[in-house]
Design a binder for this molecule. Sequence first.
Ligand code: FE2
Length: 214
Amino acid sequence: MSEPDYNDAVRILDALSPGRTVVLTSALDLRPLLRRLQDERPREYYWSVLEAGPAQYRVEVGRRLTHGARAVSEYLGGDNQRLDAILDTVRRLVREGAHQEAAHAFAEFSCGLEWHIDAEETTLFPAFEEKTGIREGPTRVLRDDHRQIRFRLTEIAGALHAGDVAGIERAIAALGSALDEHRLMEDQVVYPLIDQAMNDAEERDELVRRIQVT
Ligand SMILES: [Fe+2]
């Protein structure tokens, strides 16, 4: 079988107005499409992976309003806000007793947060350590936090699966407070410091580009 060329998806995205988003759903892995967008349409789009297989892949792709260089604070800080909004939706759905919808929203949240953590650990933290020379400071604390956060994700998934409402609420509250502290260090220390440590806007954008393809 020949490799998919994703031309139809590219046509849909090229027709998208700046500021608008679209959700693409496919049985095929959409990562090759995202890499192609980066190569052929640099700085044109942003995206969030909503579902990463194996049965189905879903990605929300938005067209940027400008082609300006991006910074880590804006890019990963924005992703943190997006994830917070999904977690609020999960909390609301649990309160309303809509457990199936809550599980669906949580799967999307979990997929996004796993990606975010992975991008930080494989790309952002090594860049931070190299650029600032600080290896045993904030990135070590944040890596420890990530282990705790991943444990909470497993706990919530288990409670949702068991329909244990009290357990779900307890685990989401524990995740929420772990995330609050974690985000404070990211948003106020690590993201601004790495942005400042870069030589110029082009170098900042190049790091965002590398984070984006994680
Ligand atoms: Fe993090």
